[in-house]
Design a protein around this ligand. Structure first.
Ligand code: UD1
Length: 381
């Protein structure tokens, strides 16, 4: 093997949590097409079949080469287990490059271990900033970007954020959004009629997902949130696939004590996006869902004081709301008001993708190949 073949022979992807799987699928596919040898390390941060396995099956991800089984725990406990497990793996595999995704604890742990072993890191979804250091994800993003040889940026403002933090420009690449690659690649599978029937969903509904620590960890906050969600359910049926985090607090606060609330287990990717596509509006505190609703043209109310994805407000259907603004915001969206900016809101029987000229730049289904190109060029140099 010559040097070029050796370096291309050892790209390691580190995946840990649900959103990582959705972002990695097009990158792994594009690198496979480019002839790269790859391995997948699953950290085991998410481990329930509905949080992990179903995504691998539906997205055609390769079986992980190893699962570290780190599981849940406090930040220190979980991150420590990640550091120890990843150091062993990276030491024995000596990869030429490690690819990390998003902003979860598996992301920062892998970047830290790789940097200390002097293995270059490529960060997919670099440059996003909420400027809210109370969120663990913001800490993870900032540190991961500082440690990365390649910052692969989904949204133009990310380039400016990285420059402001002193990341050299030759490390930053605007590549588009691989989560949207996955969405567009599977558009034909999001059958809203099928998902309605399979999960007994009502004809017209608002879909909610809530899992941020700031919204669900404290029982009194969870109780306040439930009161407002009941207010939404007074307007329209409310469908909630419940993330395991916060499940206990939301149920203890009486989430299902309302006839209009339909609680579901976490859904796989295809059923979940089909349910989003069929929703009259979405209420969420997720990051990825702000992006997916932007492309699907479904009004999105994000129950957070800030977002690291402002482009979903300027170019999409997203709007930030407080607890108090939630019910009026949903009412406005259901009335076809300014709950979002999609031209399709309230007019189409089923929302469809937004017009190409309104989409965030490079959210075009080709981020995976762009990422593969940047990585192959880097490894070839
Ligand atoms: C993590 C990410 C968050 C991301 C989310 C997507 C961090 C700091 N947070 O949050 O950015 O938006 O994933 O889902 O990395 N649990 C299960 N089964 C599982 C996984 C988790 O029951 O398969 C429960 C456990 O009680 C666990 C809790 O969920 O303690 C939280 O899991 P964890 O991975 O620590 O964080 P998430 O809230 O999922």
């Amino acid at each position: 093997m010559n040097r070029r073949e050796i370096v291309l022979a050892s790209i390691v992807h580190v995946l840990g949590a649900r959103p990582n799987f959705v972002k990695a699928a097009p990158v792994i596919g594009a690198l496979r097409a480019a002839g790269a040898e790859q391995a997948v390390i699953h950290t085991g941060q998410h481990y329930d079949a509905r949080m992990s396995e179903i995504f691998f099956t539906e997205l055609g991800l390769p079986e992980p080469d190893v699962n570290l089984g780190v599981g849940s725990g406090g930040h220190a406990e979980q991150t420590a287990a990640l550091l120890v497990g990843l150091e062993k793996e990276f030491t024995s595999r000596s990869p030429a490059l490690v690819i990390v995704y998003g902003d979860v604890n598996s992301t920062i742990a892998a970047a830290l271990v790789a940097a200390k072993l002097q293995i270059p890191v490529a960060h997919v979804e670099a440059g996003l900033r909420s400027f809210d250091m109370s969120m663990p994800e913001e800490v993870n993003r900032r540190i991961t970007d500082q440690l990365s040889a390649l910052c692969l940026v989904t949204s133009p403002e990310g380039i400016g954020h990285l420059a402001a933090e002193g990341v050299p420009v030759h490390r930053t690449h605007l590549v588009g959004n691989p989560m949207i690659d996955t969405l567009l690649a599977n558009l034909g599978s999001f059958d809203t009629d099928r998902v309605r029937e399979a999960h007994g969903l009502p004809g017209r509904y608002v879909l909610a997902t809530m899992h941020r620590p700031a919204n669900v960890d404290a029982p009194e906050t969870a109780a306040a949130l439930v009161r407002h969600l009941h207010g939404v359910a007074d307007l329209a049926d409310l469908v909630i696939p419940v993330h395991p985090r916060g499940r206990a607090n939301l149920l203890a606060a009486g989430l299902d004590d309302h006839d209009g609330v339909h609680i579901l287990e976490p859904l796989g990717y295809i059923d979940f996006i089909a349910a989003v596509r069929g929703a009259a509006a979405v209420v969420t505190d997720s990051g990825g869902l702000q992006e997916e609703t932007t492309i699907l043209g479904v009004p999105c109310l994000t129950v957070r004081p800030n977002t690291e994805r402002p482009i979903t407000i300027t170019h999409g259907t997203n709007r930030l709301v407080t607890f108090e603004e939630l019910v009026p915001g949903v009412r406005k969206s259901l009335d076809g008001g300014s709950g979002g900016s999609s031209p399709l809101i309230g007019t189409a029987p089923e929302p469809g993708p937004v017009a190409a000229d309104r989409k965030p730049p490079l959210w075009d289904g080709h981020a995976g190949p762009r990422i593969a190109e940047v990585i192959m060029r880097y490894l070839g140099e």
